[in-house]
Design a protein around this ligand. Sequence first.
Ligand code: NAD
Length: 293
Amino acid sequence: MPARCLDGNAIAAEIRAEVARDAASLLDNGCPVKLAAVLVGSDEASRLYAESQRKLCGSVGFAYELVELPADVSQDDLHATIDRLNADASITGIILQLPLPAPLDTALAQWRIDPYKDVEGVNPANIGLLFYGEPLIQPCTALAVLEMVRRSGAVLRGARAVVVGQSTIVGRPVTMALLARMATVTGCHIATRDLAEHTRQAEILVVAVGKPRLVGAELVRPGAVVIDVGINRVVQRDAGGREVKRTVGDVDFDSVSAVAGTITPVPGGVGPVTVAMLLRNTIEAARKQRQRR
Ligand code: NAD
C-alpha cells in the first residue's frame, strides 16, 4: 500500500488560521503582534522575499516592519539596530534575514537578538534551552518536523528515530527535540559509516542534508514515518527533452512512498509548515513577553 502523504500546505493553512485567531485575541487584550525583519544589503530576491513576508504577516493580523541596512554596515551598527528593536516594546518578534554579506558574523548577530523576541529560535540561548528540555522558543524547522511526526500519529516515546544531517540550525535541534520527547535517537552525518544500517532501523526517519534523493527505498524500514526536510533545485529534462528546473527533497519520493507508512513531499511538505511555525512562534513570543513583564 502506498504511504500516506502529509499535505504541508493544508497543515500550514490550519496553523495560520489558529495564529490569526490568537493574534486577534492578543490585539483585543492590548497586545498587538509586530514582526521586524532586518535585511542587510537587499538584492531583488531578498526584497521579493520581504514583500511575501509582509503579505503573510498581514494575512494573520501581524504588523510588519522591514529594517534595511546597507551591505557595508559594520557589525557594531548591525548590533545597534538589533538592540533598538530589542528595546522597542511595540516589536514582539525579530528575524534576521540570511545570508549576511561578508565579513559580518551571523552567530554574533543572532546572539544579540533578545531570546524572547527570537522567533526563528536561532539565538544560541534558545538552542541551549532545548538541550535542557526547557525550550523558550524553538527553531522553526524542528517544530515543523515535530508537527509532521505528530500528524503521522506515531508515538515518539521509545520510538527509534534517525536524523540524517546534523547542522546546528536543522539536524541537531531536531535531534534534541526528538530526544526531549523520549525517542531513542541516532544522529547521522557525512562521516557516518554505512548510513543504510542506521536508517533501516528507523521507525521515524528525518532527512535534512541537502542532497537530492540521497535516501531511496533501500534505506527505509517498511512502514516508517519519513520526514524530508531537504530543499534542492535540480535541472531535469521534460518529455520533450527541454531542461526544466524542479525542487526535490533529499528523499526519492516515488520509490520511498512505496515502502514508507507516512511520507512528506517536497515541495509542499515541511517547507510551508516551517513558515507557519515562524508565525506560531511570533504568537508564543508575544505571550511570553507579556508574562515576563
Ligand atoms: P548543512 O549543509 O548545514 O548540513 C548538512 C548536514 O548533512 C551536515 O550535518 C552533513 O554532515 C550532513 N551530510 C552531508 N552529506 C551527507 C551524506 N552523504 N550522508 C549523511 N549526512 C550527510 O544543511 P542544512 O542547513 O541543515 O540544510 C539541510 C537541507 O534542509 C537543505 O536542503 C536545506 O535547503 C533544507 N532546509 C529546509 C528547511 C525547511 O523549512 N524545509 C529549513 C532549513 C533547511
